[in-house]
Write a new protein. Sequence first.
Length: 185
Amino acid sequence: MNSTEYRGKIKRVLITKEEIDSKIAEVGADISREYEGKPLLIVSILKGAFVFMADLCRAVDIPCEIGFMCAQSYYNGTSSSGIVNITMDLAQDISKYHVIIAEDIIDTGRTLADVIKLLKARNPLSLKVVTLLDKPDRRLVDLKADRSLFTIPDLFVIGYGLDCGEMYRNLPYIAEYDPEGQAEK
Ligand code: IMP
Ligand code: MG
């Protein structure tokens, strides 16, 4: 794929870098206030949330640790099986931390529901979910983030860590993906 083909699939920018930055600054300040004096661990599930995590943790100005996990969830029909395959686990013993999961997007909610179940079983001091994007129209499990930065309609989005076929994670904004998009002339 060349650059013009790449750009041709970007239908429109949904959320600009400036809009993302300003929301993250707000959430970072709130987290800093709420968790002051508490052992805080911010966890993200690779790969989609890596850009959000990088910006969010720098908007937090209290001491905190970060952790990454790789997780694949198994589904039976439309319900979550509760079986999640962790291909890379956290290094920290989370029973010693207040944990915030920083997620890229909640779509059906199945993966995150399984990860929450797994992490709760490890008895963290507390567990909250902050998601950059929420697509509530697509939800298949009963799951609501404690904080959602942007609610979006049922569109496939790319950029700011989110991919389509492993591409577009490096776009600095969130865009709608156009599968029919042609190379720019
Ligand atoms: P779930 O359906 O909520 O389990 O979503 C799991 C994962 O699918 C998310 O963490 C994303 O990595 C990916 N995903 C869901 N919707 C989109 C989208 O619109 N663009 C890119 N990735 C998505
Ligand atoms: Mg994800």
